[in-house]
Design a protein around this ligand. Structure first.
Ligand code: THU
Length: 143
């Protein structure tokens, strides 16, 4: 069991995820997620989940952030903060789905990239990407 870090760890990144969560478009699940992705150069790209009436086009907050960054030419990342929960409630620990973990694995070194799962009170758990997806299909297999 991963212990909580001292409250306030990487607060700027967590705050950015909390802010992004406010823009979640989730009328179907009513589950709002925010993410903030930090590039190796220190820039922060945020994302929220965006749902669709036909459901399958729905995109998670994490992938929104990754695709925004990559589309602007940033492909090296240090960490991501994620916060989610029922709309109208304070956010809590929201681990990324398998699809988002696969997308993170495309661009991030699993042994150094840090995934921060936060609560609204700024208590945060920290994982390496490799802990969340230990035997993932890595790009190196086919490159
Ligand atoms: N969702 C995310 O945005 N990120 C996650 O890590 C888990 C799930 C979204 C997808 C969907 O809009 C809603 O949360 C409920 O699954």
């Amino acid at each position: 069991m991963n212990e909580f870090l001292a409250a306030g760890y990487k607060k700027d990144l967590v705050l950015a995820a909390l802010e992004a969560r406010k823009n979640a478009y989730a009328p179907y699940s009513k589950f709002a997620v925010g993410a903030a992705l930090q590039t190796q150069s220190g820039r922060i790209y945020t994302g929220c989940n965006i749902e669709s009436a036909s459901y399958s086009p729905t995109i998670c907050a994490e992938r929104t952030a990754v695709f925004k960054a990559v589309s602007e030419g940033y492909k090296s990342f240090r960490s991501i903060a994620i916060i989610g929960g029922k709309m109208g409630e304070g956010g809590s620990i929201c681990p990324p789905c398998g699809v988002c973990l696969q997308v993170l694995l495309e661009f991030c070194d699993p042994d150094t990239f840090e995934v921060l799962l936060s609560q609204e009170d700024f208590h945060t758990r920290s994982y390496l990407l490799s802990e969340l997806i230990p035997e993932g299909f890595r790009p190196e297999r086919i490159l």
